[in-house]
Design a protein around this ligand. Structure first.
Ligand code: GTP
Ligand code: MG
Length: 301
């Protein structure tokens, strides 16, 4: 095959993917615009914007192929359209637990978009501690003389849930070591972070909304150092930093063995020997951030 032929083949593949992926981008844009409008409306009407940040991505071609392969489907774009519901992904990061449900309830009212699946991993967290509210909604995309419907996966979570999920995702998919030894520790962090999130929410309810809350009962639930003072926390922080500086000591202390046998419960790049792939192609990585905490929209590409 001549170089010219190869180039034209490549252009044809890229064009096909471009045409395929375009409506998924359009579906995301529809959803993001509505969420931004919703957030502004809440800000004006209740003086609180429930959404801190909106992130979105379309699944990379590489991830699409891997997922189809993993599920036993043939790896072509027709199958992707038929079987994958998370090619468009939007992540909504809220301030508080109740904000997640406020936004979820509002988007269920959108008349032309239908929620076809909902998984509440906040009410029932995954075994590893993962929390989020997942929805698949079907979004109409209007073209010159047709309307087509595309699924968008929406993940709604609080900032503390997002903190945990982002770090856990990195640890599992990009780790150079086997992370199975820290499952219990991660679960504990997930539960603690959730509890801290709820305590912050109680502060919001009390100081911003004037609710009467008995803080002495809820603060006891978080497993913080017994003394619970700044000195104790600083001591632990110093110890952790020292452990990290001691390099291998830290790996041994946490029971992490330096092999490549990572597991991933929900990964789109599940293959254990795909570390380099995962590094260069963060398939599930969100590529756009809309920071809605201020009035404007920050696009951090
Ligand atoms: P996928 O094939 O991964 O889409 O699984 P699914 O269709 O059964 O959906 P599920 O609701 O389990 O997960 C969908 C997405 O949620 C994943 O692609 C991740 O972005 C996120 N997710 C689910 N579980 C976890 C988890 O344990 N940790 C992290 N960090 N993210 C998770
Ligand atoms: Mg997914």
């Amino acid at each position: 095959m001549s170089i010219n032929n190869k180039a034209s083949d490549m252009v044809a593949v890229l064009k096909e993917y471009d045409n395929f992926i375009r409506p998924y981008h359009d579906a995301i844009n529809e959803v993001v615009l509505r969420l931004q409008a919703l957030n502004k409306d809440y800000k004006i009407k209740s003086n609180h914007n429930p959404i801190h940040q909106i992130q979105h991505r379309v699944k990379s071609l590489d991830s699409i192929v891997k997922k189809l392969d993993k599920r036993g489907y043939s790896t072509d774009l027709e199958c992707a359209k038929e079987y994958l519901t998370d090619i468009s992904g939007v992540r909504v990061i809220c301030y508080y637990n109740q904000d997640v449900y406020t936004v979820a309830k509002a988007l269920k009212k959108w008349k032309d978009m239908e929620v076809v699946r909902e998984s509440d991993y906040i009410q029932e967290p995954k075994r590893n501690g993962y929390r989020s509210l997942h929805m698949i909604i079907v979004v109409p995309v209007h073209y010159i003389d047709s309307t087509e419907y595309y699924p968008v996966e929406i993940q709604l979570r609080t900032m503390t849930m997002d903190c945990w999920a982002s770090i856990e995702h990195q640890l599992h998919y990009k780790s150079i070591a086997n992370t199975s030894g820290i499952t219990d520790e991660l679960k504990q962090h997930a539960d603690n972070l959730h509890m801290i999130g709820l305590q912050m929410e109680a502060l919001y309810e009390h100081y911003l909304k004037g609710k009467n809350i008995d803080f002495s009962r809820s603060t006891k639930k978080v497993q913080m150092p017994a003394e619970n003072d700044a000195d104790a926390i600083n001591r632990i922080a110093q110890q952790i930093r020292q452990d990290i500086e001691n390099d291998t000591t830290h790996l041994e202390a946490t029971g992490i063995k330096s092999n490549d046998n990572r597991h991933s419960e929900d990964s789109e790049s599940t293959s254990a020997d795909n570390k380099n792939e995962a590094l260069k192609n963060t398939s599930d990585d969100i590529i756009q951030n809309h920071d809605t905490s201020q009035t404007g929209v920050t696009n951090k590409l």
